[in-house]
Design a protein around this ligand. Structure first.
Ligand code: UD1
Ligand code: UDP
Length: 355
C-alpha cells in the first residue's frame, strides 16, 4: 500500500505527526510549502519526529487562486511520479483542496481526515475547502458524531464515513507529559500557572478587516491592563497589525513569535483562559479543561458551546468581547460529554487505510 500524504500548514503537521508514525514506510510525505518559516513548519517536524518530506514544493504566500493553482500543477507532477494507491489530506486549507483536487483528476482515491466539519459560512475560505475536499473523497474520517451528521445531511454514502475520533486529541494526549517535562516557555516568559490568558488570532476574516482587527486588539490591550496575556503571533496577523500601525501601540500584551507544539500545549495546559479564533486551539483548550472565548461568528466545534466551555465573541465591539471574557473568567463550568474519541483515532485510520 502506498499512501501519498499532502501537508502544508501548521495544523496539518500536528495532525500528521501521530498518524505518520502508524503509517510508517507505507507513507510518502509532500509538503506544499504553504507555511515556510522555521517556527511555522520545521519546528513541528523536529518536535513531532515527522520524517522529512520527500517532496517540498516551496509554494507559500500569494492570493488563494494563485497559491492553489501552483500547488495543483506541482502536486499533479508528484502524483504522476509516485503513483500512490491513496492520497491523504487533512483539514481545510488550500493545501487540502489542492491535494484532493489533483488526486481526483488523476483518479487516485482520496481519504480526508477531519471530514464533515461545517461552519455554514461560505465566506470562510476553509468552509469552501472542506466541502470540496469531502465531496472529492472516497473515505471520510470524521472526528465527531456532529461531523457524521453533517455528512449524512449532505447525502454521503454511509460506507464511506468512518467516525474515528480526533487525531488532535491523540497528539495532545501523546505530547502533554513531554511538554511538561521539556518546555521552558513559562519560565522564559515569567508566566505563572493559572495566572495568565493565552491568545491566538490569525483567521482571514479577522486579520483582513482593519475594523475587526482593531476591535480585537483594542479589547485585548484593555484586558491586558488587569490580566497577563500572552500572544504567540501568527505572521499574517503581525503583518496586518503593522499595516494598520497598531502593533507598536499594544503596550499591555506579551506578544511573542509563534511557538512550537510542546510550548503551545504547555501554555494551554497552564492558562486560566484561552482566547482564540483557531479551530485547533478551541479544541485543545477543552482537552486541557480550560475555558475558551472564540473570536468568531461561528464555530465548527458546536459541542463545546455547552456547559460554558466555549463562547462565541464576534469582533463587533470591545464591550462585547470584554463581556464574554468576563463571563468566561467568572462563570461556572458544567460537565459535558467528550465528543473527540478515545485517543486512538490514528490507529483506526491506519487500520482502515492499510487494510
Ligand atoms: C492557513 C489556512 C487556515 C489555517 C492556517 C493555520 C488557508 C486558506 N488558510 O491560513 O485555514 O487556519 O493556515 O495557521 O489555507 N506567512 C508567513 N510565514 C509562514 C506562513 C505564512 O510569513 O510561514 C504569512 C505570509 O504573508 C502569507 C500569510 O501569512 O501570505 C498567510 O498565509 P497562508 O498560508 O496563505 O494563510 P494562513 O492565514 O496561514
Ligand atoms: N500552535 C502552535 N504554535 C502556535 C500556535 C498554534 O503549535 O504558536 C498549534 C496549536 O496548538 C494547534 C495548531 O497549532 O495544535 C492550530 O493551528 P492554527 O491555529 O494555526 O490553525 P487552525 O487550527 O485554526 O486551522
Amino acid at each position: 500500500m502506498h499512501i501519498l500524504t499532502v501537508v502544508g500548514a501548521r495544523p496539518q503537521f500536528i495532525k500528521a505527526g501521530p498518524l505518520s508514525k502508524k503509517l510508517g514506510e507505507s507513507e510518502t510525505l509532500v509538503h506544499t510549502g504553504q507555511h515556510y518559516d522555521q517556527n511555522m513548519s520545521d519546528v513541528f517536524f523536529e518536535e513531532l519526529k515527522i520524517p522529512p518530506p520527500k517532496h517540498h514544493l516551496g509554494i507559500g504566500g500569494g492570493l488563494h487562486g494563485e497559491q492553489t493553482g501552483r500547488m495543483l500543477g506541482e502536486l499533479e507532477r508528484v502524483m504522476l511520479e509516485e503513483k500512490p494507491d491513496w492520497v491523504l489530506v487533512y483539514g481545510d486549507t488550500n493545501s487540502t483542496l489542492a491535494g484532493a483536487l489533483a488526486a481526483s483528476k488523476l483518479h487516485i482515491p482520496v481519504a480526508h481526515v477531519e471530514a464533515g466539519l461545517r461552519s455554514f459560512d461560505r465566506r470562510m475560505p476553509e468552509e469552501v475547502n472542506r466541502i470540496v475536499a469531502d465531496h472529492l473523497s472516497e473515505i471520510l474520517f470524521a472526528p465527531t458524531a456532529a461531523a457524521v451528521e453533517n455528512l449524512h445531511r449532505e447525502g454521503f454514502d454511509e460506507e464511506a464515513i468512518h467516525c474515528v475520533g480526533d487525531v488532535m486529541y491523540d497528539a495532545a494526549l501523546y505530547y502533554a507529559e513531554t511538554a511538561i517535562r521539556e518546555s521552558q516557555i513559562l519560565e522564559k516568559n515569567a508566566l505563572r500557572p493559572q495566572e495568565f490568558i493565552l491568545c491566538t488570532v490569525h483567521r482571514a476574516e479577522n486579520t483582513d478587516s482593519a475594523e475587526s482587527l482593531t476591535v480585537i486588539f483594542q479589547s485585548l490591550d484593555i484586558l491586558g491592563r488587569t490580566q497577563e496575556i500572552v500572544i504567540p503571533l501568527h505572521p499574517r496577523t503581525r503583518n496586518a497589525l503593522v499595516r494598520i500601525s497598531l502593533l507598536e501601540k499594544l503596550t499591555h500584551l506579551k506578544i511573542v513569535p509563534p511557538v512550537g507544539y510542546l510550548d503551545m500545549i504547555q501554555l494551554e495546559q497552564n492558562a486560566k483562559l484561552v482566547i482564540t479564533d483557531s479551530g485547533g486551539v478551541q479544541k485543545e483548550a477543552f482537552f486541557f479543561k480550560v475555558p475558551c472565548v472564540t473570536l468568531r461568528e461561528t464555530t465548527e466545534w458546536i459541542e463545546l458551546l455547552e456547559g460554558g466551555w466555549n463562547r462565541l465573541a464576534p469582533p463587533h465591539s470591545t464591550a462585547g468581547i470584554l463581556q464574554s471574557v468576563e463571563s468566561a473568567l467568572t462563570g461556572e463550568l458544567s460537565p459535558i460529554g467528550f465528543p473527540f474519541g478515545d485517543g486512538n483515532a490514528c490507529q483506526r485510520i491506519a487500520d482502515i487505510l492499510l487494510n
